[in-house]
Design a protein around this ligand. Sequence first.
Ligand code: NAD
Ligand code: GLY
Length: 367
Amino acid sequence: MSDILRVPVGLGDRAYDVLVGPGALAAAGPELTRHFPRGRALLVTDRNVAGLHLETVSRQLAELGLRVDPIRVDAGEATKSWAGLEAVVNALLDHQVERSEAVIALGGGVIGDLTGFAAAVTKRGLDFIQIPTTLLAQVDSSVGGKTGINTRHGKNFAGVFHQPRLVIADRDLLTTLPERELRSGYAEIVKAALIGDAPMFDDLEAAGAGVLDGNRLDGAVAAAIAFKARIVAEDEREGGVRALLNLGHTFGHALEAEVPKDAIRHGEAVAVGMALAFAYSAHRGDCSSDDAARVTAHLRAVGLPARIRELNYATWKPARLVARMRDDKKNKDGRITLILARGIGQAFIDPAVDEADLLTFMETQLS
Ligand code: NAD
Ligand code: GLY
């Protein structure tokens, strides 16, 4: 276990650890197996991940004394649905799951969110363990207990807070991840630094594109998780500071909503969204244009887009983007809430942005 980094998430009687690094799963031992008193592990995964990793993961779990009963669902956002939830809950019940048993989520954010929700409602609450297989899921969605599905009203509109008992962020599972997915997940690492950890940003900036390599990536993953863990421990249910984790997301969701499905990755939209949040903060005089320029330069150095025009879509309309931002579920009293910054590592929440000024800014971005 010596090379494995351990990040605690301090939530009292619901506290848990995140194990980070190559070989974390094989090294987990009794702290994993104690959640499976019947010697078998019900494991939810998508068909892509099953094809790539189920055999190896099942073998590693067998070496720890666990038999795996897999539940396979289709890959993709459409599975995070009422139908997907029903399928997983029924599959758990078909396997006669008992309340003493945990359920494993092996996959990206879709599988983690869906499995966590299914575990929370099956037999009034089962424990679950996250084994995230995308970088985004390792640094963001597997930690913090937000679970849920999409409804016809929007993304993540039904769900519950249900913390995992353990998260295993094993870098070996990322080896099959396409480069674009890896970079997209990296946006959520930069996000942590930009919100509240300026020295971390200095390190990422110094590493440049090399930050996505091996051991450096483990350190960055652990730092981002530790940052998120601190925020979650302070504000588990997003009454206040947890909203900071949405840096770049209000802009990003508006961009995602405007493009054909799957045209851009979530992390690409968030990258542009973070650059916009800093550029808009500079436009308002909240932060220096030097800091905004550093953000843009680093995103580009790692191969992420930093300007709206760098996203693969032609017909951006500033007023439509602002209208999309008005629909964001974080808004209150009809005013747009944005996460802005006074500098790198100094994000803050503005709960009532001046919409006319925001529109002017978006027009300049697209002129
Ligand atoms: P995803 O789960 O759809 O995975 C992306 C694709 O990569 C899928 O096709 C998947 O099959 C494939 N894949 C997964 N692991 C792989 C691997 N190791 N090798 C090759 N392919 C692999 O998407 P995602 O980006 O991981 O997560 C996005 C979801 O996470 C969204 O639904 C979003 O709402 C949610 N999310 C939740 C939180 C939270 O706090 N709960 C935070 C951020 C995002
Ligand atoms: N991904 C945002 C949060 O967990 O709050």
